[in-house]
Design a protein around this ligand. Structure first.
Ligand code: SAM
Ligand code: SF4
Length: 353
């Protein structure tokens, strides 16, 4: 073991990586950080009700890191032991020239330094990019679809067209990408449809993950109206499906069951009813170079300044070590009547979910 004294003066435990001048990221609670999510843009071609208000103010383009800078940042994290990179947003596939980032990051898969390069997308641009994503080394993707009813789809996304998304998913399947569908469970919205979504995923060969709404960002409405506990959903689904708990874990908030009738996985992301923090292995980077050590806390570290301060990565790596030394033990999400405002002020599209 060695220690690094971060710029905040805090002693940060670390361990030398294979590259012997770089320390791995182990936080004060002994958790090994091996997963980085990068929001490459806060912009999106949809306006999902639970995620954004209709009238959003986006970051000025000048504040956003270039794709070359994002590559440099991600590569520093890979050197420091990150094995999995997830590109997200906003909608990552609406960022201009985004494939150049995928192509460049793919080199870390070739060397074996990185185990997985993946993305979360709303699927609207997949028909265009599925083959190229596969060519860059992407093998699995998450696509967010909350309903299979075209009218309801347009209602929840405000601007989305279901057909375009389904065509995109079909193109991704044809390209050889494994697909997981993410659906936010919303009271009085997709609640009655979850059985048919599970069936559709089974028929198509997709896994499905259901997500509880999280209190992030002001979206102009009362979240208590949308909140639907997944424990209730599971009970209901069990009337029609045989669900068996499986030990599959990703180090994140999802717990999985196998659906006997389809042989596919069904995940439940329950940040509000189940505390998943003890096994947290991840940090999140915004497109302006701000590192959030926890999805549910406001504490963050700026990596843009150390990135730009030198052509070498010494300041950047020191700033990353200092930030990891401040990774909090857990989050404080809470949804309750009389407290309908967001627990954290930023929108999910800033940190990328
Ligand atoms: N635009 C892409 C998409 O929709 O998949 C990637 C970014 S989006 C912010 C990532 C995921 O976060 C999506 O599955 C979305 O449904 C989910 N999400 C957004 N806001 C949320 C909220 N307040 N609570 C729970 N999940 C949310
Ligand atoms: Fe866009 Fe994804 Fe947020 Fe929907 S959930 S508004 S698709 S970033």
């Amino acid at each position: 073991m060695s220690t690094y004294e971060g710029s905040g003066g805090r002693r940060v435990p670390g361990r030398k990586c294979e590259n012997k001048n770089v320390t791995e990221m182990i936080d004060p609670f002994g958790r090994h950080v091996s997963y980085l999510r990068i929001s490459v843009t806060d912009r999106c071609d949809f306006r999902c009700h639970y995620c954004m208000s209709e009238d959003m103010t986006f970051l000025p383009k000048t504040d956003v890191l270039s794709l070359e800078e994002l590559d440099r940042l991600c590569s520093a994290f890979v050197r420091k032991g990150v094995k999995k990179l997830r590109i997200t947003g906003g909608e990552p596939l609406v960022r201009r020239n985004i494939m150049s980032l995928f192509r460049n990051l793919g080199r870390h898969l070739e060397t074996g330094a990185l185990e997985e390069l993946t993305l979360t997308t709303n699927g609207s641009q997949l028909a265009k990019y599925a083959d190229e994503l596969y060519d860059c080394g992407v093998r699995r993707i998450n696509v967010s679809v909350d309903t299979l009813d075209p009218t309801k789809f347009q209602q929840i996304t405000r601007w989305g067209k279901l057909k375009k998304v389904l065509d995109g998913i079909a193109a991704a399947k044809a390209a050889g990408l494994a697909i997981k569908i993410n659906a936010v469970a919303l009271k009085d919205f997709n609640e009655p449809e979850l059985d048919s979504m599970l069936k559709w995923c089974g028929d198509e060969g997709y896994d499905l993950t259901l997500i509880e709404t999280m209190p992030m960002g002001d979206i102009g409405g009362d979240r208590i109206d949308q909140y639907l506990p997944l424990s209730t959903i599971r009970e209901r689904l069990e009337k029609n499906w045989s669900l068996t708990d499986i030990p599959f874990r990703t180090g994140g908030p999802a717990r999985y069951v196998e659906v006997e009738e389809t042989g596919r996985k069904l995940g439940f992301i329950t940040p509000l009813t189940h505390n998943f923090c003890e096994s947290c292995n991840r940090v999140r980077l915004t497109c302006t170079g701000t590192l959030y050590m926890c999805l549910g806390q406001d504490d963050a570290a700026d990596l843009r300044e150390p990135l730009r301060a030198s052509e070498g990565d010494e300041f950047l790596e020191a700033a990353i070590d200092e930030a990891i030394g401040r990774k909090p033990k857990g989050h404080d999400f809470v949804i309750e009547r009389g407290r309908s405002g967001p627990a954290v002020a930023r929108h999910m599209s800033v940190t990328g979910g």
